[in-house]
Design a protein around this ligand. Structure first.
Ligand SMILES: *Cc1c(COP(=O)(O)O)cnc(C)c1O
Length: 375
């Protein structure tokens, strides 16, 4: 990433906010972690805060800690009105808890047979490896566990989870998430993947991460070398908005894709952030050209203080309908609701068909034209 030296955003950001650091620090993920902003009060050194943000900071009672990496902050500093700002900087609305909102909306605790595992579907498990992230999303599904030190994170503490997977041969697929698994050290990631791969009936290993979008420097040659040992190994990358497609994140995706790791994306539909057909289309097309196949578009989960993020389901359907036919199907994610109460991911599709009594079907195409499929 030599051109980082010519990247105006990076050069200006470092000159202004870290004048004593050479530009070379930018490619060092550990520098980003060491210089992450934990205290919302420091934010005013970087950004002109709105009244809504300021008043939020004066109150306390956020259930989710605040954390942002210098890299991600550089995206917010670039233009003061980026929609990304709302996803990471708390506003006063976050303190409003509505009656439908729950700490654990997907009832993951109920589906957890042993610590660190959620076993909701017969053939696959979710492995919660860590409870920290490089930047905290204000709409986080697991805001009740993130940074709460409730997730067991040492090698020895993972044993019950490994044993459970070993003792349940119907499990073929382990999805590692958290927190963000890529916050762990290379050695620890290597250990976790090798322990899972040792289990004979595991066919597929997957990892969910937002690191390529919030701390792309973490995707190093050394890390990629570890990850590629465990194929078939898939990654689901969390991207929210086109503004996250930068020189750095593009390079992170390229390194992973060049290593032969199939990449999918996950995006949460967020009011005022990406709930727009053109914006969503732009992001999905950009991901695909970076060899990241859009996988899921999630309706926002009802966690405490999320009402300002949630759109109607109608909005999500409009966005999906606005993409279908206009861009390649490869770019179109599955729009799903992870059903509150633990029902799992349920797909939602715009209504394109009417099935008649004789078995024939009336179909509507993307232009609204009507077609008939005969019996
Ligand atoms: C999302 C999820 C999975 C994986 O679902 P896929 O549709 O296979 O990607 C597995 N377990 C849990 C608990 C999940 O939430």
């Amino acid at each position: 990433m030599k051109s980082i030296y010519k990247n105006k955003r990076v050069v200006q950001f470092l000159e202004k906010h870290f004048p004593d650091s050479p530009i070379s620090v930018w490619t060092d993920w550990k520098w980003h972690l060491q210089n992450s902003i934990h205290q919302i009060h420091y934010l005013s050194k970087f950004l002109i805060l709105s009244d809504e943000e300021k008043s939020a900071f004066e109150l306390s009672g956020f259930h989710l800690p605040f954390l942002i990496s210098p890299y991600y902050l550089s995206l917010l500093c670039q233009k003061n009105d980026t929609p990304l700002r709302k996803t990471v900087i708390p506003v006063q609305s976050e303190l409003i808890k509505t009656t439908i909102e729950k700490n654990d909306p997907l009832d993951e605790k109920l589906y957890s047979p042993v610590p660190n595992l959620v076993h909701r579907y017969p053939d696959r498990v979710l492995f919660l490896a860590t409870d920290t992230c490089a930047t905290y999303c204000r709409y986080c599904t697991r805001s009740h566990i993130v940074a709460k030190h409730t997730v067991h994170a040492s090698n020895a503490e993972w044993k019950p989870a490994f044993d459970y997977i070993k003792n349940n041969p119907q499990i073929h697929d382990v999805l590692i998430s958290g927190g963000d698994p890529l916050m762990m050290s290379d050695d620890k990631i290597d250990f976790l993947l090798s322990e899972i791969r040792k289990i004979k009936h595991i066919q597929l290993v997957r990892m969910g991460t937002k690191v390529p979008a919030v701390l792309p420097q973490r995707i190093t040659k050394e890390l990629v070398k570890i990850l590629k040992k465990y194929q078939p190994f898939f990654m689901s990358l969390h991207f929210t908005h086109f503004d996250e497609i930068t020189e750095e994140s593009s390079f992170a995706c390229k390194m992973l894709a060049d290593a032969g790791i199939p990449l999918g994306s996950q995006t949460v539909l967020l009011k005022g952030v990406n709930d727009d057909i053109l914006e969503m289309t732009k992001l999905m097309k950009a991901l695909l050209t970076h060899r990241v196949k859009p996988y899921y578009l999630y309706q926002c989960d009802p966690i405490p203080g999320s009402s300002h993020f949630r759109t109607t389901v109608q909005k999500g359907l409009e966005i999906i309908e606005g993409m279908r036919g206009h861009i390649t199907g490869y770019s179109i994610p599955h729009y799903v609701i992870d059903a509150p109460g633990g029902g799992g991911k349920i797909p939602l599709l715009p209504d394109y068909t009417t099935i008649h009594e004789d078995g024939s079907v009336t179909l509507r195409n993307y232009e609204g034209k009507i077609f008939k499929y005969p019996v």
